[in-house]
Design a protein around this ligand. Structure first.
Ligand code: GDP
Ligand code: MG
Length: 372
């Protein structure tokens, strides 16, 4: 039935809910067992089990009670999590300068000099609250992630240079944020420059549906100088304000799941992946499937190169221990045991290979030998 969740489907099929969640994951759908699924997903799942799903209207009062009870219990486990923020904007409008300023201005004394890694994401703390910044290299990576279904950003910071105004990539960034349904905070940058004209930028953006509160809209604008650090603290406050309103939550008490931010092959350490934990808590030693790859988390560190033994939702981490290099935007999920993780990883790799072969239906020597 449409609306059933993995737990209920598990019961109906006499399977463990965790198995249903894993199956869904292998089909490319990342949900926890309490999320109700749409008809197509249930049919897909059922087909995978060789069963034809039939839609039936069964409203059983005791089931409903139980369902709401579970939902409530589930909420009890939900805890506040840090917002995940992406900085976008036209080339040369100051994205890197802003990220660098943020990174450097919020290093505590003990950390200074301890920054050895640049892992594509980092966390910043202000007034006891944390913000996770994604340091993705430009729009291409963001687009790739979105194409793979990984909408991992909660808030977009749109940087627009006050001496240059709205440019093609500004509009592209607005479109991305709208498609991903993330709120936009506008940072009008370079206000220290003699030619700066913030009002002109506001006028231009109003034409793209971004209207400041003073002008009757609901978009937050902050006028900054990323170079001098002017008003950057206000920008951070605005991010925290916006994220408070969004009431971002996740359940830390389950197997970790999330997305790949970037990954590469390191000569000494093998495949290295930067992951964002979105649900649950990740531990060193966890058996994991990441896209079409699998393994066991051998090492886990934060952006400062500090070893962690656990990582909660919204934490970016760098892990080693995978059998291969996953792709940006791939999903990951932790399994209860390594055997199942390996089986799932191998199955996914096989499926990916078959897809690849279907795509290249011309036979080359290479894939001919591959298939023997
Ligand atoms: P990105 O392409 O968006 O990452 O832009 P960058 O951060 O690389 O900045 C492009 C140029 O603008 C660099 O030369 C920066 O020093 C300069 N810049 C960035 N922010 C400011 C600012 O607030 N004021 C001034 N005067 N220059 C800035
Ligand atoms: Mg840059």
């Amino acid at each position: 039935n449409a609306g059933m969740n993995a737990q209920e489907i598990g019961k109906a099929l006499h399977r463990e809910p965790a198995e249903i969640v894993k199956k869904l994951f292998m089909l490319g759908i990342m949900v926890n067992q309490n999320v109700s699924l749409d008809k197509d997903t249930i049919e897909l799942l059922a087909a995978d089990y060789g069963i034809k799903a039939e839609e039936k209207e069964v409203v059983n009062v005791s089931d409903l009670d139980k369902f709401f009870e579970e939902e409530e219990n589930n909420k009890e486990h939900q805890e506040d999590r840090a917002p995940v923020v992406t900085i976008m904007g036209h080339v040369d409008h100051g994205k890197t300068t802003l990220l660098d300023y943020l990174r450097n201005s919020h290093i505590t004394a003990g950390e200074a000099g301890g920054i050895t890694q640049a892992i594509g994401a980092y966390q910043l703390k202000k007034d006891g609250k944390t913000i996770t910044f994604l340091d993705t290299p430009g729009h291409a990576a963001f687009t790739a992630m979105r194409a793979r279904g990984a909408d991992i950003t909660d808030i977009t910071i749109l940087v627009v240079a006050a001496d240059d105004g709205v440019m093609p990539q500004t509009i592209e960034a607005i479109d991305h944020a709208k498609a991903a349904k993330t709120p936009i905070i506008v940072a009008i940058n370079k206000i220290d420059k003699p030619g700066a004209n913030p009002n002109h930028v506001i006028e231009q953006l109003t034409g793209h549906g971004l209207v400041p509160e003073d002008w009757g809209g609901d978009t937050i604008f902050v006028e900054i100088s990323a170079k001098m650090g002017t008003n950057v603290d206000e920008l951070i406050d605005m991010i925290l304000l916006e994220s408070d309103v969004m009431e971002l939550k996740a359940n830390p008490d389950q197997n970790a799941a999330g997305s790949v931010i970037e990954a590469r092959l390191d000569r000494g350490r093998g495949p290295v992946a930067t992951l964002l934990v979105q649900q649950g808590t990740m531990h060193v030693g966890d058996p994991i499937v990441v896209g079409d790859t699998f393994g066991r988390v051998r090492t886990m560190m934060n952006e400062k190169g500090k070893n962690l033994d656990k990582a909660t939702p919204s934490t970016p981490i760098e892990v080693t221990g995978l059998n291969d290099v996953p792709e940006a935007g791939d999903r990951f999920i932790v399994f209860d045991d390594e055997k199942t993780a390996r089986a799932a990883g191998e199955e996914r790799a096989k499926e990916a290979q078959m897809e690849e072969r279907k795509k290249n239906n011309s036979v080359t020597l290479d894939n001919l030998f591959d298939s023997i």
